[in-house]
Design a protein around this ligand. Structure first.
Ligand code: 8YV
Length: 322
């Protein structure tokens, strides 16, 4: 019998990642990529020493409490770890890691796609062409708003926020940001810092949300804060749906206070997203694909494995969050 650690891998991962898992561990793979129930997870965890989950598997306090004691670590295949109750994990002595850096470029690309899609009415136009409803052209046809030279506001100037800002600079946009801590000048690259979200919002022609979902950021973008944004501005969200109050965003999109929104993440995703989003013309919607590139998915898997390698070598993993 092999003495390699047994790892419960909850979803189908890229071939290169599974090959490395098979070389260095005894992985419990999920070739059919079936979404496991919590009971199944707990049952399978009885045979494993660590779990390598995605954000699709939830570990609130009661699930953490039910994990068998043989589980030493949760090595997430995600940068966000709001699906894990970190305090409960710490209390149980679990090591929890995430996968930062490797998905910053891919997620920033999607933020820019959402910005452009929202500003230039891409969803509406695409649907029109597909439905054979494009009948005419006129100077007032499908007119959107230009982002070049406008202001790009970032909430959460971490790794993804910084890359998104860099890409937005390519459109001659002026960068404004809010972050819990002001960045050093070499990372700021001339971006204008605002000490509070409320101070930032009046300067955002485009607001791009990159902060994690925490108790503090839940419902951050609500009616009162949207009111602080310039009329006709745009909201982009590649962070987490929970940062936005859907009813308030939808009402601002309906009233015209906001020109449009570009959203990759949602409260209640995938099945429970607010159905009103589907009815609005001025939203550009994507199904949580911020990190969905071949390169990045391999990078995320390798990063999760680097963390597991460290843990099983008795060393501190680089990306420990608990
Ligand atoms: C991932 C993400 O695809 O890494 C994150 O936090 O939101 C996504 O880009 C997903 O979480 C994988 O588990």
């Amino acid at each position: 019998m092999s003495d390699k650690p047994v790892i419960l891998v909850t979803r189908k991962l890229p071939d290169a990642v599974e090959a490395r898992l098979l070389r260095d561990y005894q992985p419990m793979l999920n070739p059919d990529d079936r979404l496991y129930s919590t009971d199944e997870l707990i049952e399978m965890a009885a045979k494993a020493e660590a779990i390598l989950p995605c954000h699709t598997e939830k570990f609130p306090a009661d699930v953490i409490a039910r994990l068998p004691d043989n589980i030493r670590a949760i090595a997430n295949f995600s940068v966000g770890y709001d699906h894990v109750d970190i305090e409960a994990a710490k209390a149980k002595g679990l090591i929890v890691t995430n996968t930062p850096d490797v998905l910053s470029d891919a997620t920033a690309e999607i933020a820019i796609l959402l910005m452009l899609g929202a500003a230039r009415r891409a969803s509406e136009g695409e649907r029109m062409v597909r439905a054979c409803e494009w009948k005419d052209w006129s100077p007032s046809f499908m007119v959107g708003t230009q982002v070049t030279g406008k202001r790009f506001g970032v909430i959460g100037m971490g790794r993804v926020g910084q890359v998104a800002a860099e890409r937005a600079r390519g459109f001659g946009m002026e960068i404004h940001y809010y972050n819990r801590k002001r960045l050093a000048p070499d990372l700021e690259c001339g971006a204008i810092y605002h000490a509070t979200v409320d101070d930032l919002l009046p300067h955002c022609d485009v607001l791009s949300i990159h902060c994690p979902a925490t108790k503090e950021t839940t419902g951050l973008i609500n009616r009162e804060r949207i009111a602080l944004m310039p009329d006709g501005s745009i909201v982009v969200n590649t962070g987490r749906g929970g940062v936005v109050v859907d009813a308030d965003l939808i009402s601002a999109l309906k009233s015209g206070k906001l020109f449009a929104a570009g959203l990759d993440v949602f409260n209640g995703e995938p099945d429970g997203i607010d159905p009103q989003y589907r009815e609005l013309d001025n939203v550009f919607l994507l199904p949580h694909i911020g990190s969905a590139t071949f390169e990045t998915r391999v990078g995320m898997g390798f990063r999760a494995l680097d963390n597991l390698d460290a843990i099983f070598a008795g060393k501190p993993p680089a990306d420990r969050v608990a």
